[in-house]
Design a protein around this ligand. Structure first.
Ligand SMILES: Nc1ncnc2c1ncn2[C@@H]1O[C@H](COP(=O)(O)OP(=O)(O)O)[C@@H](O)[C@H]1O
Ligand SMILES: [Mg+2]
Length: 380
């Protein structure tokens, strides 16, 4: 019997276009013998709309058909072009409701479009990866892929994430958190605290993603402006000491039936830096540039370092109480120190993204990964 999977994508986050590309990848790789996908997009207003309304049964999904445009000859399914795709503002609005302990997708008149068995949220950033949509699924008693409410919220918050990591014995870099209250009532003291960190500094919205709102500063005179910039994304800001080192990532996949989570081979992000604009692994190099960031996997690391990365990735996963999948990002310094940067509970998940690529090279391909995640979501 096939199960109906709600493939939820888009969302009110800057990572909206990335999420659309992810949904295309997942829809094309889903095992149709077991799963019937029901794609639903969340547009920039936060409205849920039925997606893929013009999708021909026998064709591959594309960005265009997913966002309810008619099929066209050429579409971008891997890299995003300059014109970023969007879930349309109009089209069939839909909602979820719970009736007799089953979850229904309904239209505005209350007609049932489908009974939903499991949700696959492919949302990144605020209102998607941060526990909010997970809370909605919980209230509907609907099984869903990935981390629960708490892990999603902690994994989205660069302040609380560091506290959880540190408590689990992981090494986090020096940082100072600037809350809304600090900024208004305690500014001088907090700026003095930050001045003790070594330059350069990375100034980040605490709950953001895709490198948006992050500034790397090399002078303390740039600090207040960088904080104001980050505050446009979140009123809580973290200021971190810059870490000089290689960027190493590791995929974690939960174990079925209580088995221990597994770690992939570590990968390394190699940002080709011939363009001076790329100060770090920023939004453009992540999503809009063909060759500015490349994954090397397995990363060239000594065997004991590889083992340490994999063990610490699992520790980080457990430290925030994650489930399903996560990508854990580290810096490996030139003094051979492993410092954890962050955990992403819904990492980039297009077929060419780091997480699926690392698993591919570890022996689990994209369709199998999706199958495993859906099985994990539905286990008791
Ligand atoms: N403390 C730091 N030291 C050096 N580089 C950093 C630091 N923090 C962030 N970066 C660079 O900025 C990028 C984005 O920062 P990150 O914290 O991962 O934000 P996001 O959650 O948006 O991915 C990193 O991949 C890295 O290239
Ligand atoms: Mg990151």
């Amino acid at each position: 019997m096939t199960k109906n999977v709600l493939v939820l994508f888009g969302g009110q986050s800057p990572e909206h276009p990335v999420s659309i590309v992810t949904a295309v990848g997942v829809l094309n790789a889903l095992d149709r013998n077991h799963y019937n996908p029901i794609p639903v997009g969340i547009n920039h207003h936060g409205d849920w709309v039925l997606a893929g309304t013009h999708q021909p049964d026998d064709a591959d999904w594309s960005v265009a058909t997913l966002i309810n445009e008619r099929p066209v000859e050429t579409t971008h399914t891997t890299a995003l072009s300059d014109e970023l795709p969007e879930v349309p503002a109009t089209d069939t609005p839909v909602a979820l409701r719970s009736v007799n302990s089953s979850t229904q997708l309904i239209d505005v008149e209350g007609n049932v479009i489908a009974d939903i068995d499991v949700a696959f949220p492919l949302l990144h950033g605020p209102n998607g990866e941060d526990g909010t949509v997970q809370g909605l699924f919980e209230t509907l008693n609907l099984p869903y892929v990935g981390a629960g409410v708490l892990a999603s919220a902690v994994g989205m918050d660069k302040h609380f994430m560091k506290i959880a990591f540190r408590h689990a014995g992981l090494h986090v870099g020096p940082w100072v958190t600037v809350t809304e209250t600090d900024w208004h009532t305690n500014r001088t003291a907090v700026l003095e605290e930050i001045a003790k960190l070594e330059l350069p500094l990375f100034v980040k919205p605490a709950r953001g993603g895709s490198s948006l709102g992050i500034t790397r500063i090399t002078l303390l005179s740039e600090l207040e402006q960088a904080i104001e910039h980050a505050r446009q994304y979140d009123t809580k800001v973290v200021v971190e000491q810059g870490i000089l080192g290689r960027e190493i990532e590791c995929g974690v996949l939960d174990g079925l039936n209580g088995a221990k989570p597994k770690a992939s081979y570590p990968g390394e992000i190699v940002v080709t830096d011939d363009d001076q604009d790329f100060q770090f692994y920023d939004f453009t190099s992540k999503y809009q540039s063909e060759n500015s960031a490349e994954l090397s996997c397995p990363a060239e690391l000594a065997d004991d370092v590889t083992a340490l990365v994999r063990a610490q990735a699992v520790t980080a996963f457990q430290a925030v109480d994650a489930a399903g999948l996560s990508r854990v990002d580290f810096f490996y310094t030139y003094d051979n120190e492993l410092i954890i940067n962050e955990i992403n509970t819904m990492p980039g998940f297009t077929p060419i993204s780091m997480y699926p690529q690392m698993w591919q090279r570890t022996g689990i391909d994209y369709p199998e990964l999706i199958d495993t995640l859906l099985a994990l979501a539905q286990q008791d």
